[in-house]
Design a protein around this ligand. Structure first.
Ligand code: KG4
Ligand code: ZN
Length: 335
């Protein structure tokens, strides 16, 4: 291979397998261009169980990741590093991506860039773009509900987090109660459109508490009682009232936080950031601060390897590369 061929075309291959999406991307280092991106989602397989079954997810990754990787072979000689999500996530699924990254690292003789999945979601805002920082971020996914002050790739402070369930997870649980399938977010958002939001009233979690923190377990139980006491025809109304209350909880806590920390730039990221009711509600409160709202493209909200590759560009420029012997898997790690 001619050395000149590598100039300007050095690339990073990134792998994501932290939950139920098998995804690989290739990103050009100099231009941030996304050269290749593919994701095989397992939603259908988990749908019958109303949630992700970790062992099934692991087996499906073991089938899907090699199939995607085979399509990446034409770029193998351009790779400078392999990036992989190594935290947080399901231990049995993280290991699928990390094992593949280690095998590639050894066979192609390139280092590994371990990536925190939450940083990946934050950098989903900047696919093929420069990062605009500092930024206040609301991360809402199936595993997390966090308010984060992002100074830079290396300096991020979590200022509020959930005490129990996450925002996205609560949609999944409510969808399961209604036997709608998985993932619950889009399903609940969809049936809520046909619902009358005033037919049910749920108490907003922690509305009297001075804490800036989130909690969804109590709301989940209120909804469970309503589901059990009503006919299927009432589900759209219950879904609408649930979505309103779950979102109002986020908005109340954001307002409280903004009193002492007025936002200039604000972002919503993570799978549940696709929720239009949430996007509209946040847009309304930001108007008072004339703050700019940053959102990922819809295709990059849920888990994907493009965001892992984009985060890896930052890590690579900071020299955060490791050997294949030095990649721990941290299922419960935060930021
Ligand atoms: O970020 P993500 O793909 O995976 C995790 O890192 O957890 O987020 C998936 C979560 C699921 O809980 C899903 O129900 C939720 O995001 N979600 C939504 C919507 N779309 C996806 N929640 C509410 N409204 C939506 N439109
Ligand atoms: Zn995620």
């Amino acid at each position: 291979m001619a050395v000149g061929k590598r100039v300007g075309t050095a690339m990073i291959l990134s792998i994501e397998s932290s939950c139920d999406d098998s995804s690989i991307a290739i990103t050009e280092i100099a231009t941030k261009k996304l050269i290749y991106h593919k994701k095989i989602s397992q939603e259908l397989e988990h749908s019958v169980y109303g949630g992700v079954v970790p062992e099934l997810a692991s087996r499906l990754h073991a089938e899907a990741l090699p199939r995607i990787l085979a399509e990446c072979e034409p770029w193998f000689d351009k790779l400078k590093a392999v990036a992989v999500t190594n935290e947080p996530g399901l231990g049995v699924t993280l290991i699928e991506g990390v094992t593949m990254a280690k095998a590639l690292s050894i066979s192609l003789n390139v280092p590994i860039i371990p990536i925190n999945h939450l940083k990946g979601h934050i950098y989903s805002l900047y696919i093929e773009q420069e990062a605009v920082l500092p930024l206040t971020v609301l991360l809402v996914s199936g595993g997390h509900t966090q308010l984060i002050e992002v100074e830079s790739y290396s300096v991020m402070h979590t200022v509020a987090t959930t005490m129990d369930d996450s925002y996205g997870e609560s949609f999944d649980k409510v969808a399961k109660m209604m036997s709608l399938g998985y993932p619950g977010g889009p399903l609940i958002e969809n049936i809520a459109m046909d619902g009358d939001v005033s037919r049910f009233a749920f108490t907003v979690p922690l509305w009297q508490s001075p804490l800036i923190a989130f909690s969804y377990s109590g709301l989940k139980n209120q909804v469970r009682l309503a589901v059990e006491a009503n006919e299927v025809s009432a589900y759209p109304h219950i879904a609408a009232a649930f979505q309103k209350t779950a979102t109002e909880h986020l908005i109340q806590k954001l307002k409280k936080y903004f009193k002492t920390n007025p936002p200039k730039r604000f972002a919503i990221v993570g799978g549940a950031s696709a929720n239009l009711y949430l996007r509209e509600s946040v847009t309304k409160i930001l108007a008072a601060y004339k703050a700019e709202l940053f959102l990922s493209e819809l295709k990059y909200c849920s888990d994907n390897a493009a965001m892992i590759g984009r985060a890896a560009l930052e890590a690579y420029s900071l020299g955060e590369v490791k050997s294949h012997n030095d990649i721990p898997i941290n299922p419960r790690c935060k930021l």
